[in-house]
Write a protein that binds this ligand. Structure first.
Ligand code: UT7
Length: 345
């Protein structure tokens, strides 16, 4: 057997060097969507915490929102696009399977011959991508990695679906991961349960949709594009019973306890899930808790970087603070890690 040489020189520590976000221009308050779902502003606020969300306009694409967020992340990190060795982009709402959005984003940012790929892990996507990026940096395989979480979930929304129409939203968040003097990204606690895909999923694939369109054309009937569907109660129960363990696992792996935390940034799924986790984890009142869902809705893979940005921008937490991140959702996939919060642009 030939001996392979490992050319990569490992580095000891990785950290998040900078953070940027993109919030779509169009703000959609509850009042704009309640009639189509026979709901009310009060019901939505009480049951989910959401007051408004941003829905992207046609020019605010997965690529353009990613590029805007990435530019700010690079500025905050003091890193030039040319210094980035890899782009890892998490999304579940890119409507083309190829090329990867990551490759297009890398080129639009002026990168040349940069490794780039997309990952799909639902609302856990950003934390999965962050774990991958930290490992790429620590192994020496890449020095600086751009991690992006981005969604245009409004493209997958049936605006008459009472269970989804008020929840999902659009946006992008990006971070630069690179070498750090001390560890800034703890080991990830992650998992999935593909036997429970019916809890959140796209209701049909595109081949089924095209067959439906052809049949509708032949018969004069109607067809419906693929939409995201969710059994909210099932996901809610899973979140408030299972995810405490994931949080404790992430803390254990980082060698910390809840008392060491300055901030908690869970996926912005439902403010009641956030509140339940704060209670079961026994987080001290001094811990700043991200509640970006109020103005941003649930942006799936983009929600954690967007919520981190909101915490830092508001001054509730600051760069260098110790934060527990927790992504969870479709697949039933989850991923959590403790990080030091980055500077924002
Ligand atoms: O990002 C991926 C992860 N996603 C999540 O974590 C989402 C988790 N799930 C949830 O956030 C919640 O389940 C929802 C916010 C989606 C729904 O809240 P809920 O408290 O679980 O509502 P429910 O489905 O149990 O419905 C309670 C009541 C029902 O009426 P009755 O039977 O009690 O008379 C529903 O018909 O609320 C009614 N209802 C609504 N009323 C007004 C359901 N949807 C609506 C609505 N507006 N949109």
């Amino acid at each position: 057997m030939a001996t392979l040489i490992a050319t990569a020189v490992p580095v000891t520590h990785a950290g998040i060097l900078g953070l940027g976000v993109y919030r779509p221009r169009r703000v959609v308050p509850n009042a704009e969507i309640v009639d189509a779902i026979e709901s009310s502003d009060e019901w939505i606020r009480t049951r989910s915490g959401i007051a408004a969300r941003h829905w992207a306009e046609p020019d605010e694409t997965i690529v353009s929102m990613s590029v805007a967020a990435a530019r700010d992340a690079l500025t905050a990190a003091g890193v030039r696009a040319g210094e980035v060795d890899a782009v890892v982009l998490a999304t579940s709402s890119q409507m083309v399977l190829g090329p990867s959005a990551g490759a297009v984003v890398a080129t639009e940012l002026g990168m040349e011959d940069t490794a780039a790929f997309d990952i799909s892990a639902g609302c856990a996507g950003f934390c999965y991508a962050l774990a991958d990026a930290a490992n790429l940096v620590r192994s020496g395989q890449a020095r600086q990695v751009l991690v992006i979480g981005v969604e245009r979930l409004s493209d997958l929304l049936d605006t008459t679906d009472r269970g989804c129409a008020f929840i999902f939203a659009d946006g992008a968040g990006a971070v630069v991961v690179g070498p750090a003097e001390q560890e800034g990204i703890g080991p990830v606690a992650w998992g999935s349960d593909g036997s429970r895909t019916s809890a959140i999923k796209q209701d049909k694939d595109f081949l089924e949709y095209f067959a439906e369109v052809a049949a509708a054309e032949a018969s004069g009937g109607t067809s419906q594009r693929p939409y995201i569907r969710m059994n909210g109660t099932e996901v809610f129960r899973w979140a408030v019973t299972f995810l405490e363990k994931a949080c404790r696992d992430a803390l254990d792996r980082a060698g910390l306890t809840a008392a060491d935390l300055d901030a908690f940034v869970p996926h912005q799924a439902n403010i009641r899930i956030t509140d339940a986790l704060v209670r079961t984890l026994g987080l001290p009142e001094t811990v700043a808790v991200a509640r970006d869902i109020i103005e941003t809705g649930n942006t799936s893979a983009a929600s954690i970087p967007m919520a981190m940005e909101q915490l830092v921008r508001s001054g509730a937490a600051g760069p260098g603070d110790t934060a527990l991140l927790l992504g969870f959702g479709a697949g039933l996939a989850y991923a959590g890690q403790v990080v030091h919060l980055p500077p924002i642009a």
